[in-house]
Design a protein around this ligand. Structure first.
Ligand SMILES: CC(C)(COP(=O)(O)OP(=O)(O)OC[C@H]1O[C@@H](n2cnc3c(N)ncnc32)[C@H](O)[C@@H]1OP(=O)(O)O)[C@@H](O)C(=O)NCCC(=O)NCCS
Length: 168
């Protein structure tokens, strides 16, 4: 059975997965300590994600990754559905930023995010080497937003999961 856990200790044990989404470890170190880390297990570990607060109304999905052999099976979407529910009483909206990669943008849009903002030259200004996703060089950051106050039209994906996060 699938379950999603909030991970409090030893977050860097998931570094191999986190590096799939963000290949520069010192960038991960900037948000992992204060971020909420969630791990999805279906038998063994399949996916992780990290969410950080931005301000009193907004949080941000900073990293999400599924092991390559398990991608396309619904684990990423299930994890996103879980965190939408998890934060809906705490924040009005969730942001996510990504390079201009059609596959990743369509993943987020399939999950319910909508595009709203572009930061010019983010990847060329903030990373110490040129970043590529396949053949595409990442230059601008595209921000997408999900309104957490709007009930989702489909049955909550998280309903299938045990909510094992402590302190909530
Ligand atoms: C992006 C990622 C986390 C998606 O996780 P996943 O477990 O494969 O996603 P799911 O199987 O839940 O897919 C959810 C939806 O997104 C769509 N989607 C996922 N990957 C896609 C792709 N490469 N191209 C187009 N659509 C895609 C799926 O079709 C699915 O839509 P559907 O439910 O309507 O069929 C995963 O591909 C990954 O780990 N990539 C490498 C790390 C990364 O780049 N992370 C994002 C950093 S910005």
């Amino acid at each position: 059975m699938m379950k999603i856990e909030r991970i409090i200790q030893n977050k860097k044990q998931f570094l191999d997965l986190l590096l799939l989404a963000d290949e520069q470890e010192d960038m991960i170190d900037k948000y992992l300590p204060q971020g909420d880390l969630f791990a999805l297990y279906d038998g063994d570990l399949k996916s992780v994600c990290v969410v950080v607060p931005v301000d009193g109304e907004t949080c941000e999905l900073k990293n999400i990754a599924t092991y390559p052999e398990y991608q396309g099976k619904g684990y990423g979407r299930a994890l996103v559905g879980f965190i939408f529910d998890f934060y809906k009483n705490d924040y009005k909206s969730m942001l996510v930023g990504t390079g201009e990669t059609p596959a990743i943008l369509s993943f987020y849009e399939r999950c319910g995010f909508v595009r709203f903002h572009r930061v010019k030259n983010f990847f060329t200004d903030h990373y110490d080497h040129p970043m590529f996703e396949g053949d595409i060089q990442l230059v601008d950051m595209i921000y997408l937003k999900k309104d957490l106050t709007v009930p989702r039209s489909r049955v909550s994906a998280s309903a299938k999961f045990s909510r094992s996060a402590p302190g909530r």
